[in-house]
Ligand binder design. Structure first.
Ligand code: ZN
Length: 82
């Protein structure tokens, strides 16, 4: 059974790993860990399924050109300074 610290290190890299932006060393460490750690494995399964769902849904989203400006304007209106 892998120790907790290792689980935390793996879970912390869950999203970068799924996005494929971790280094080769990190990737091997994570894959190794997932092979022997059931809780982390189900964690990653969930994240992967979630991400797939987002990718499938994405074509239906239409993020308008002005969205960023509207968000920034709303933030500025709320007193936020970039
Ligand atoms: Zn684990």
């Amino acid at each position: 059974m892998p120790d907790r610290a290792e689980c935390e290190a793996v879970v912390r890299q869950l999203w970068p790993f799924i996005d494929g932006v971790v280094s080769e060393t990190q990737r091997e460490f994570i894959v190794d860990h997932l092979e022997q750690c059931e809780p982390c494995n189900s964690h990653f399964d969930f994240a992967r399924a979630f991400l797939e769902a987002v990718h499938e849904a994405r074509p239906h989203f239409h993020v308008g050109q002005g969205l960023n400006e509207r968000v920034m304007a709303a933030l500025a209106g709320a007193g936020y300074r970039a």
